[in-house]
Ligand binder design. Structure first.
Ligand code: NAI
Ligand code: MG
Length: 491
């Protein structure tokens, strides 16, 4: 049995308690690894290491030196991508077809932010005060706590770690208890790249045991989190006690909106990719399909035809389309929502059951599921299911499409399918979401800011914007001439 420990101050170490817990391969249903079960005592050691690293060699590096280390790391990731992909497929059930590309792609984040590190510049500000010179400088925050979910462990960690390190911070990472193995393995590369000990640390374990004490630790300056809105809210409340900064990415219920004038073939593929890629276990899932009423029936027919032919099974096979559900609680949650949808009066036109057919092995599979007759006030339209379950909602015109799309607490992303260029601009302006895709879905890159409006989160990941979420700006005033001004008034 494989074992994975914490990584603290440059060394792989067991939990101080000596405890471990199981990690399951969701395809076979079998325990395949044992993970160190951390506690607040381990967090204490890791945060101290990260704090000391800020004051040590790392703190003395200039931005170019940090950038070189990140570039070196990017090269090591490229070499190691197949191994990292294997682990994620095993632990998470993600498709090898997706992961072999994704682990390679991750290297680009470190290269991009490595390059950006020494291009962050303060300003010389022409103020109204004579004889005082004013300039700004950007400084790191300190120790950043990073808490990641199970759906894309290394990618979502990278969105936090690459800008945080480029900005000169140090990190204590708490991966999801369901998928810790890839993050622990990834730690080997920091050592090989030459990062000083303590700059990047990982403590494995559960949210309450490890995540909560990390968030509330007084020496943690900021928390970057991806996960559920409920946990995100708890983290925000806890961080508020010490006025900590947060970046929160809390998922969504994204509308994928198809107008009658769209390229229907492309839109069907976009709808499928929006909800059945990664078995629907993505924050950006296009889980509400809004169809203009004049194309509704024809579109649903084509969608059911294509989705009904999706191959379910072994995530390692290159021809598999839909893999297992990553965690047992998630599997049960999806099936609960399917029941809720039926009770709410939606019509199940595809799937709606656990899949036990060929290729299912011992895994927890759910059939690609489509409901029509969904109203936007139903729970299956308002709550994040995080699985292969699509709700179809008809609309009459642009105005109603916007009204339905925005009538929700979330605001992560939206898709718009139309051949009318003017409409694509109007829709993009009116949608209350952090990302709009026009005639495409799921495009995400290190170059472009990503994050949520409304309850989908705070702050941005990716792109130039994200690095400023890991920096604070200082304004420095230097008198160029001493003067005998009245010291009792502010001027
Ligand atoms: P979660 O939000 O509970 O867990 C995410 C991470 O936060 C894990 O590392 C967990 O250990 C940690 N955590 C949980 N409670 C914490 C606390 N009080 N303080 C500090 N850390 C804490 O997500 P979970 O239970 O794995 O999945 C539940 C639901 O969350 C899913 O059904 C889905 O709807 C949503 N989700 C959204 C994701 C997104 O990308 N936005 C990713 C994963 C899940
Ligand atoms: Mg697992």
């Amino acid at each position: 049995m494989k074992t994975y420990t914490h990584y603290i101050n440059g060394a792989f170490v067991p939990a101080l308690s000596g405890e471990m817990f199981d990690s399951v391969d969701p395809y076979s249903g079998e325990v395949w690894a044992r993970i160190a079960r951390g506690s607040s005592a381990d967090i204490e050691v890791a945060v101290t290491a990260a704090k000391d690293a800020m004051r040590g060699e790392w703190g003395s590096y200039n931005a170019t030196q940090r950038g070189k280390l990140l570039t070196r790391l990017a090269e090591l990731i490229e070499d190691d991508a197949p191994r990292l992909a294997d682990i994620e497929v095993r632990d998470n059930g993600k498709l090898m077809a997706e992961m072999s590309a994704q682990t390679q792609y991750i290297s680009e984040w470190y290269r991009y932010y490595g390059g950006l590190a020494d291009k962050i510049q303060g300003a010389v500000i022409p103020t109204d005060k004579s004889n005082i010179f004013n300039y700004t400088r950007y400084e790191p925050l300190g120790v950043v706590g990073m808490i990641t979910p199970w759906n894309s462990p290394l990618l979502l960690l990278t969105w936090k770690l690459a800008p945080a390190l480029a900005a000169g911070n140090t990190a204590v990472i708490k991966p999801s208890e369901f998928t810790s193995a890839s993050t622990v393995t990834f730690m080997e590369l920091f050592e090989r790249a030459g990062f000083p000990a303590g700059v990047v640390n990982t403590v494995t374990g559960f949210g309450a045991d490890v995540g909560a004490p990390l968030v509330s630790h007084k020496d943690v300056a900021k928390v970057a989190f991806t996960g559920s809105d409920i946990s995100g809210q708890k983290i925000y409340e806890s961080a508020a006690r010490d006025i900590k900064k947060v970046t929160l990415e809390l998922g969504g219920k994204s509308p994928n909106i198809v107008f009658a004038d769209a390229d229907i073939e492309a839109a069907v593929m976009g709808a499928i990719s929006g909800i059945f890629a990664a078995t629907g276990q993505t924050c950006i899932a296009g889980s509400r399909l809004l169809l203009q009423d004049t194309i509704h029936d024809e579109f649903v027919e084509r969608l059911v035809d294509v989705a009904g032919r999706a191959k379910i099974g072994d995530p390692k096979s290159s021809d598999t389309h839909v893999g297992p559900i990553t965690t047992r609680p998630q599997f049960e949650k999806i099936l609960d929502y399917i029941d809720i949808a039926k009770k709410e009066g939606a019509t199940c036109v595809l799937g709606g059951r656990p899949y036990t057919g060929p290729g299912a092995k011992g895994g927890q599979f759910v059939e690609p599921t489509i409901f029509t007759g969904v109203r936007n006030d139903m729970r299956i339209a308002q709550e994040e299911i995080f699985g292969p379950v699509l709700g179809v909602i008809p609309f009459v015109d642009e105005e109603e499409a916007i009204q339905i799309a925005n009538d929700i607490d979330f605001g992560l992303a939206a898709g718009v399918w139309t051949s009318d260029i003017g409409r694509s601009f109007r829709m993009s302006e009116k949608l209350e979401v952090g990302t709009v895709w026009v005639n495409t879905y799921r495009a995400v890159s290190y170059t472009s800011p990503f994050g949520g409006y409304k309850r989908s989160g705070l702050g941005r990941e990716n792109g130039v914007d994200a690095i400023y979420d890991y920096l604070q700006v200082k304004s420095v005033w230097v008198a160029t001439e001493t003067s005998a001004r009245n010291p009792f008034v502010i001027g």
